[in-house]
Design a protein around this ligand. Sequence first.
Ligand code: HAM
Length: 420
Amino acid sequence: MSSQFRAPKGVPEYVPPQSAEFLAIRTALSEPARLAGYGYIELPVFEDTALFERGVGESTDVVSKEMYTFTDRGDRSISLRPEGTAGVMRSVIENGMHRGGLPVKLWYAGPFFRAERPQHGRYRQLQQVGVEAIGSDDPALDAEVVALADRAFRGVGLTEYILELNSLGCAACRPAYAGLLREFLTGCELDEATRERARLNPLRVLDDKRPEVQAQVAAAPLPVDHLCAECAAHYDATRGFLADLGVTWQESPRLVRGLDYYTRTAFEFTHPGLGAQSGIGGGGRYDGLMSALGGSELSGIGFGLGVDRTLLAAQAECVEWSDPDRVVCFLVPLGDPARHEAVLLLGALRDSGVGADMAFDSRGLKGAMKAADRSGARYALIIGEDEIAAGTVMVRDLVEGTQEPVPIDDVVVRMMGSAG
Ligand code: HAM
């Protein structure tokens, strides 16, 4: 009988054996940040709606169309987090983390929620690994953050992705540029919704992917050509440090990104194996965010890497993952006295750090051996009447197809030697 219940639409579930790959990828994506001194932050999954409205921007699709917003029992407007940066900034301000040494360097991982139209690689519950580095304007930090994302994808085994880089200017030079762009856009033939977007945030029109819009904005003024001297110097220095770090990138003068807080450096990683949803990660500077949220005037830079899409990209590149959590040995007890021996041995193996499982429900040899194969274990440890009488265990190598009796007192040490 199949249940009437289904997972919510657009929510990917990772079940064994694929879930092992998901976990391994999430761990690999966070490894470079951990090695670079970023501390872990565990954030709330929901926050005040106003935090995202003020932090991410009311004109963004993410906030205006895609948030899961509800009123809680205390009549507060709450939203499931659509992204991590605003929550990190809230926490840094609330906990006064910026009063210690700067920059504050943090990483996080977990689910985020966006009510998008589901399709391959676009989910309503999506998983990210992110970092945020707060309180430094040093372009070497921009390069560090971009390089960490690059190293994360390389650590997963990806080679075919592209890093796109742009600079969006700052509070000093952006308004004049936005005015110029807005003026240019009034002369274009755009539909009503795009015209409205041009009014609210003209930069967003620049990276509209529709060919008819692209044709209209082909001759539009670009942010990089209108940077103030400080932003231009910052961008040059960032590229210099990135070159030092051996990172390769493409200049992408129309890259804008979908969240409103970005200033100066903006970047995105795309993968050709993913079709329309090609963005596997992205980020940038957000120098006005902390003060917009009521904190001090500290700058910041960070990224979010999409774990679900990285998994799809790894599959597209046929990256092989071994499952570190598979058990090493699988115990096959035949008969009740053997089941007691097996339970004791299982405990001893696990106490010694050896991954071990056993056949439950008094199965016969055939059924138990099938379970051993399914477990992925290298060794089946068979205990029958003969073995109990001799004080041994039959150790069968499931890969080589060989077997030999081993004194029961030696089994744990033998298996510990095989586990590495
Ligand atoms: P974002 O570009 O909106 O940035 O999301 C980062 C990554 O999350 C995307 O590149 C993509 O891989 C993944 N992602 C986003 N939406 C979906 C979806 N519906 N389904 C599957 N994957 C998705 C941010 O969220 C910023 N907070 C990143 C950041 C941190 N910027 C500065 N600091």
